[in-house]
Every structure is written in C-alpha cells, then in structure tokens.
Design a protein. Structure first.
Length: 95
C-alpha cells in the first residue's frame, strides 16, 4: 500500500517541527514540507500523483496562505484536493 502524502506549507521552523513530530508515528504518512507557496504550487502542477491533503499556514511571507489556496482552486485538477488551514493568528485578523 502506498503512503498517504501530505504537502505541508509553513515558514515557521517550530511549527514545522511540531507537525513532523505529530505525524512521525504514522508509518503510512509521508510529509513533504514547503516553506514557499510559489514552490508548492509549481510542484503541484508538475507531479502526477497528487497529495492526499494539503496543510497551509495562512500567515506566510510574500504570498499569503489564503492566496496559495485561491491559486490552487483555480485549477480543475485540484478541485477535490482537501486543504486544511492552519494558523496561529487570531480569527479576527484573518477575515
């Protein structure tokens, strides 16, 4: 059986470490970490086998996580791709 593939977008080293620690006990999960939304979107466009889910931090430099999500949703190929939003910013600061 192939591993579940998760793309994880975050620029905070502590948050990345925490996410990797939380998922390392699962033998069937492979986490691919991205620190740039642009890079993650480019790789999504190039790969044949899509990840099972994408986790996106909203508070990112240059291109916000919300912009990354909007860009992903432009492509029909990614319509059914589950996206999980993560943030340490209060909800009032997002809307």
């Amino acid at each position: 059986m192939s591993k579940l593939r998760i793309f994880y977008l975050d620029d905070d080293k502590d948050d990345i470490e925490l996410f990797l620690e939380a998922t390392e006990s699962f033998d069937n999960v492979q986490v691919i970490v991205y620190t740039s939304g642009d890079t993650m979107i480019k790789n999504l466009q190039l790969i044949k086998r899509l990840p099972n889910a994408v986790f996106v931090d909203l508070h990112m430099p240059r291109v916000s996580g919300l912009e990354v999500i909007r860009e992903i949703r432009v492509y029909d190929r990614f319509t059914d791709l589950p996206i999980v939003v993560l943030t340490t910013v209060g909800f009032d600061n997002i809307v």
